[in-house]
Design a protein around this ligand. Structure first.
Ligand SMILES: NC(=O)c1ccc[n+]([C@@H]2O[C@H](COP(=O)([O-])OP(=O)(O)OC[C@H]3O[C@@H](n4cnc5c(N)ncnc54)[C@H](O)[C@@H]3O)[C@@H](O)[C@H]2O)c1
Length: 255
């Protein structure tokens, strides 16, 4: 028996990286998974690789209409929706002097509004499932401590964390069995991390400098974040809601 037998998860940003690793972890514990992403090509490959029990639906998290279609597709394919993992996100470096309007708007639309829209779209289907449900939102170490070159990223993720806590409180106050928690990765080896390394000439030096931000002396792996997501999505965390779980080798408390 898997801990998540009978559960159905919708995961965003699931064409790769942390979202796909989380889908694998939830499936290994018995959940059926709907992978959602704006990148339709990688999304189809990811769902095929996961096989039976996985399906894919295109999703632009910035569109409420797209969210409705993704939730409907999940319920129509698997019969219910009990877990939502919001992993879709972007990170484009810019400090307060270099930040442009487009980049600011993009971060807020995807990293903040995208998560709020998702919680709103999923809640009615979760309530209709009649089961204890969980939402896990992927924030960042950079929502717990600032990074000068990431002003839009930090602000959008911090806003998303407060929206998550507010939602958690609302559901708890209302007796609605939906828990909402956030995970806070440090630097994790995914396509997003690879894009950062590709911006510099000396990859080894860049990776060493990322590793140095984490007192454990290394960057993390996507599955290490996936295991934290699995915990927060599962009944093992049944009395935990509105919480922040760092997965960053002590990065958020470094000197
Ligand atoms: N990798 C890291 O070092 C790191 C660190 C802290 C937090 N995070 C967060 O973890 C989450 C996952 O990141 P990752 O490292 O797996 O990166 P990634 O780039 O591999 O994955 C992000 C996914 O989001 C998708 N996406 C982007 N815009 C979208 C939209 N409008 N609608 C739907 N999907 C969209 C992309 O296509 C991509 O597949 C992100 O929210 C990121 O901010 C990552």
């Amino acid at each position: 028996m898997g801990m998540l037998d009978g559960h159905v998860a919708l995961l965003t940003g699931a064409a790769g990286g942390i979202g796909l690793a989380a889908a694998r972890a939830l499936m290994a514990d018995g959940a059926r998974v709907m992978l959602a992403d704006i990148d339709g090509v990688r999304l189809g490959d990811a769902a095929s690789a996961l096989g039976e029990g996985a399906a894919a639906t295109p999703l632009d998290v910035t569109s409420r209409q797209s969210w409705k279609a993704a939730v409907d597709a999940t319920v129509s394919r698997f019969g219910s929706l009990t877990i939502l993992v919001n992993s879709a996100g972007i990170s484009e470096p810019a400090d307060i002097e270099t930040l442009g309007d487009d980049a600011w708007d993009r971060h807020l639309a995807i990293n903040l509004s995208g998560v709020v829209y998702g919680m709103q779209a999923a809640a009615p289907a979760m309530k209709a499932s009649g089961k204890p449900c969980a939402i896990v939102n992927v924030a960042s170490m950079l929502s717990m401590r600032p990074g000068a070159p990431f002003v839009a990223y930090c602000a959008s993720k911090a806003g998303m964390v407060m929206a998550s806590k507010s939602a958690a409180l609302h559901f708890a106050n209302s007796g609605i069995p939906i828990r909402v928690n956030t995970v806070h990765p440090g630097a994790i080896r995914t396509p997003m991390f690879e894009r950062y390394l590709a911006m510099v000439d000396d990859r080894a030096a860049a990776e060493a400098s990322f590793a140095a931000n984490h007192p454990m002396g290394r960057v993390g792996e996507a599955d290490e974040v996936a295991q934290a997501i699995l915990f927060l999505a599962s009944p093992r965390s049944s009395f935990t809601t509105g919480a922040e779980l760092p997965v960053d080798g002590a990065g958020h408390i470094r000197d």
